[in-house]
Design a protein around this ligand. Structure first.
Ligand code: UD1
Ligand code: CA
Length: 418
């Protein structure tokens, strides 16, 4: 397979977001939106991924993984200028280069692969992605000849007359043969209205030079959605969320009501687990097989749930491990806890895991029974098969021995099970 590299454009200010956070760092389904684009770049086999940064570049660079090459665009002079910023790294490179935007988080690996395939098969100098959309406003429009050949991309602000009505838009994903890209890039003139250098102008320059340019239309137009405003952000999040839920369902997870279920892409869930309505599962959570989660449950990052676990209504689990067949059915909070298997967490149980300075650990061994409304002031350890009576407060630094029965405030041992 021939080498491919990727350039991700992410220097823009994102003015329309009205935010102090750089646009590409706004999260979608739990991750900065640019991460989805980086995953696509990696997923198609890019040997190197360059991220062009500008506005608040250091905070963006900090949020990204170290194996990316961050390139600084000193002045934000447009998308062609952004590509020029990466050119010094690609001087002697003779292969293909993908250019994508950090603000199109719904793009899929399969689609980008199909662009590269067509590009190579037809020996094009440029192959780019288009989408036919209901509302093309704001996007570059695709101008074609009567025979269908691509002529140019007309930016929204420059579109006149019938051009405004064109529903086929530029998604902002291109595959270029590097030598012609960097040669012709320098011929792009600043746009008359915006004084910016538009990468999209390269298409017309190529067609004038009779170089082979082609466009490929996405089957799923939502892939082309770019985030420019908070409204776009919400739309994209909703679409990505549906895709994530669909994938879980394909893998054998029941989602009773997708419209009220929020699961991040980084979550792993085993088969025959049922996720009931109004449930939120965030970050690096893993859930085993045959569990029942929700309704109204929130499982937060750093949590690992075993098999056959029940987590019922009005519950929160954070940075917590729960062993197989444990149950926690009603209004409870477990934070920084390590819960064994076959443990009963009674209604209203709360771990007081934060002492104002540190987060402390609660350990509950296999088979323990925590009665309703108990408070476990961490750090505490509850032994195997121990029983904590309803309404008890197990105070800080206590270790309840295996099989002990404790009750009261503060909890005292009243008997021991055999
Ligand atoms: C761009 C395309 C448009 C396309 C749309 C798809 C151009 C001129 N227009 O328009 O045809 O329909 O994307 O979403 O390319 N950026 C930089 N440096 C700059 C300017 C922009 O890195 O100096 C980055 C931005 O961070 C962003 C991307 O390039 O990730 C696109 O820029 P943006 O200003 O959002 O372009 P659009 O107006 O959306
Ligand atoms: Ca954009």
């Amino acid at each position: 397979m021939k080498e491919i590299r990727s350039i991700i454009l992410a220097a823009g200010k994102g003015t329309r977001m009205k935010s102090s956070i750089p646009k590409v760092l706004h999260p979608i389904c739990g991750r900065p939106m640019i991460q989805n684009v980086i995953d696509v770049a990696r997923g198609v086999g890019s040997s190197k991924v360059y991220c062009v940064l500008g506005h608040k570049s250091s905070s963006v660079a900090e949020a990204l993984s170290d194996d990316l090459i961050c390139v600084e665009q000193k002045k934000l002079l447009g998308t062609a200028d952004a590509v020029k910023a990466a050119a010094t790294f690609l001087k002697s490179y003779k292969g293909d280069v993908l250019i994508m935007c950090g603000d199109t988080p719904l793009l899929s690996k399969q689609t980008v692969k199909s662009i590269v395939r067509k590009h190579r098969k037809n020996k094009n100098v440029c192959t780019f992605l288009t989408a036919v959309v209901h509302d093309p406003q704001g996007y570059g429009r695709i101008l074609r000849k009567e025979n269908g050949a691509v002529v140019a991309i007309r930016e929204d602000k420059d579109a006149v007359g019938y051009e405004k009505e064109i529903a086929e838009i530029n998604v902002g994903v291109y595959c270029f043969h590097a030598p012609e890209l960097f040669k012709v890039l320098n011929e792009i003139k600043p746009n008359a209205k915006k004084k910016e250098f538009y990468l999209t102008d390269i298409v017309e320059l190529y067609t004038e030079k009779k170089l082979k340019v082609d466009a490929i239309e996405t089957e799923d137009a939502t892939e082309g959605l770019g985030v420019n405003t908070r409204e776009d952000l919400a739309n994209c999040e909703q679409i990505l969320r549906r895709r994530i839920l669909k994938e879980f369902m394909l893998q054998g997870v029941t989602i009773s009501d997708p419209s009220t279920t929020y699961i991040d892409s980084s979550v792993v869930i085993g088969k025959d687990t049922i996720i009931r309505p109004y449930t939120f599962i965030e970050g690096d959570v893993r859930i085993g097989d045959d569990c029942q989660i929700g309704p109204f449950a929130r499982i937060r990052p750093g949590s690992k749930i075993g098999n056959g676990v029940e987590i019922g209504n009005f519950t929160e689990v954070s940075r917590t491990k729960i062993g197989d067949q444990s149950i926690m059915k009603h209004f409870s909070f477990l934070g920084d806890s390590i819960i064994g298997s076959k443990v009963n967490i009674g209604a209203g149980t709360v771990t007081a895991n934060f002492d104002g300075v540190d987060k402390n650990t609660t350990r509950v061994a296999d088979g323990a029974f925590i009665g309703s409304d108990a408070i476990l002031i961490s750090p505490v350890k509850i032994g195997k098969n121990a029983i904590v009576g309803a309404g008890s407060v197990v105070t800080k630094d206590k270790t309840i021995p295996d099989g002990a029965v404790v009750t009261g405030v503060p909890a005292q041992i009243i008997s021991r099970k055999k």
